[in-house]
Structure formats: structure tokens, C-alpha cells
Design a protein around this ligand. Structure first.
Ligand SMILES: Nc1ncnc2c1ncn2[C@@H]1O[C@H](COP(=O)(O)OP(=O)(O)O)[C@@H](O)[C@H]1O
Ligand SMILES: Cc1cn([C@H]2C[C@H](O)[C@@H](COP(=O)(O)OP(=O)(O)O)O2)c(=O)[nH]c1=O
Length: 208
């Protein structure tokens, strides 16, 4: 729900625990929207700007205090909102972001236990008037996500966390989906990639 009558672009975010499959589907959504004549910009958090990518390196590989981690996530986000998200939406472009603020609630509050009120304060500071028009939450049981991760890549700091951490992240994501049912669509990511794409196409049609 971007503000202002001149804004034509839409903001879509992709969320889920590591290994749920969100990166797999960003390309599909990009191509689907482009085939409908939209100009699409794909980005990610932490990252999405030169400074944000430097912060991402630190966030994914350095140990740090929980509050430092939360503040750096929002520092990266502030830059991303200012340099990428808002200017593109203002030009009528559609912006896809691999993660946004729901990830901070899920990981720093749900997973690590940071007081939700602090997260809400950061959200109100960094993007008081901006929320995604649509959030696709890719949801899978932990074991499925873990199997997919183990099969594919070297794990970063977050991905090396234990099952209990991811269960708490997943619970927080699902709690937020219940809190914001008009914005967050839960996608059953245990389905095949083809089935998921059909579902995504149906959800996107309604947004066009
Ligand atoms: N629905 C699915 N069924 C089977 N494998 C999947 C599915 N979605 C993703 N994968 C595979 O799981 C792995 C992790 O997916 P990825 O999109 O990188 O997850 P994320 O971005 O959520 O961490 C990849 O190897 C991908 O091909
Ligand atoms: C945006 C964001 C990401 N994260 C974490 C979740 C992920 O484990 C990690 C990087 O996200 P992601 O880009 O999904 O990792 P990958 O490229 O390996 O798929 O950052 C947070 O903890 N808080 C946040 O606010």
C-alpha cells in the first residue's frame, strides 16, 4: 500500500525460512509480470544497493550482538528504500524484493528473541509510509527446508542455525500472515515447482 496518487508501481516481497524456495520463484514472477508489460526490478535484502551489499557481507558472516544485527538490517533497508524501492515505485515500475521487514520480525524477533516493540519502532522509523502491496510467504516444514539446503549450498551464518531457531522464525512468519491476511499470502512450498507457479499466477492476476 504505497502512498500517493501518482504512484503506479507495486511492491512485492518474498519471504520464508532458508530453503523454503523463494529464490526459485522470483525469476518466474519477474517473467510473468514482464510478459504483462510491467517494468520489473528485482532486488534483495540485506543488500540491493552498493552499501547494502557490503552490510550483507558483514551480516551473513560476522558474529555480532543481536541489536547490532537488527540495526544493520534496517540500515541496509533504509538505503534500499531510498535508492531502489521508492524511486522505482514512483516511476511506475514494479519492485520485487527477496525479503523485507517481515524477515526482521521472523529472524531477529522470532528466531533470536528481540523485543517486537523494538522492531516496530525501527519499522516506523525506516519506512513509516511504505508496506508491500503483496508478500508471498513460502512455507515448508523445517525438515523439507533443511534437506533442500543441504543438497545445494555452503551454509552462511543464519543457515547454520539449529532447527529450533527456524521453527521460531517460521512461527513468527505464520503469526504475521494471520495478522496481515490482506497483504501476506501463504504459499504451500511442499508442492511441486509447477503447482506453485500456477498458484502464483492466480495471485498475481488479482494484483494487475
Ligand atoms: N517446490 C520445490 N520442490 C522441490 N525443490 C524445490 C522447490 N522449491 C525450491 N526447490 C529447491 O530447493 C533449493 C532451495 O531453494 P531456494 O529457492 O534457493 O530457497 P530459498 O531462496 O527460500 O532459500 C533449490 O535447490 C531449489 O531448486
Ligand atoms: C532481510 C533479512 C534477512 N535476514 C537473514 C535471513 C537469511 O538467512 C539471510 C540472507 O537471506 P537470503 O538472501 O534469503 O539468503 P540466501 O541468498 O542464502 O538465500 O539474512 C535476517 O535475519 N533479517 C532480515 O531482516
Amino acid at each position: 500500500m504505497t502512498q500517493g496518487s501518482t504512484v503506479k508501481g507495486k511492491f512485492i516481497t518474498f519471504e520464508g525460512i532458508d530453503g523454503a524456495g523463494k529464490s526459485t520463484h522470483i525469476g518466474f514472477v519477474n517473467d510473468f509480470l514482464a510478459s504483462r508489460g510491467k517494468t520489473v526490478v528485482s532486488s534483495r535484502e540485506p543488500g540491493g544497493t552498493p552499501l547494502g551489499e557490503k552490510l550483507r557481507e558483514l551480516l551473513l558472516h560476522e558474529k555480532m550482538h543481536l541489536e547490532t544485527e537488527a540495526l544493520l538490517m534496517f540500515a541496509s533497508r533504509r538505503e534500499h528504500v531510498a535508492q531502489v524501492i521508492e524511486p522505482n515505485l514512483a516511476q511506475g515500475n514494479w519492485v520485487l524484493s527477496d525479503r523485507f521487514t517481515d524477515a526482521s520480525f521472523a529472524y531477529q524477533s522470532g528466531g533470536r528473541g528481540l523485543d517486537r516493540a523494538k522492531m516496530e519502532a525501527l519499522e516506523a522509523w525506516v519506512h513509516p509510509h511504505l508496506q508491500p502491496d503483496l508478500t508471498l510467504l513460502f512455507d515448508v516444514p523445517l525438515e523439507v527446508a533443511r534437506e533442500r539446503l543441504d543438497a545445494t549450498r555452503t551454509l552462511d551464518k543464519f543457515e547454520r542455525e539449529q532447527a529450533d531457531f527456524f521453527q521460531k522464525c517460521r512461527n513468527e512468519y505464520l503469526r504475521r500472515a494471520a495478522q496481515f491476511p490482506d497483504r501476506i499470502v501463504v504459499v504451500d512450498s511442499t508442492r511441486t515447482i509447477g503447482e506453485i507457479q500456477l498458484r502464483l499466477a492466480g495471485v498475481l492476476e488479482k494484483l494487475l
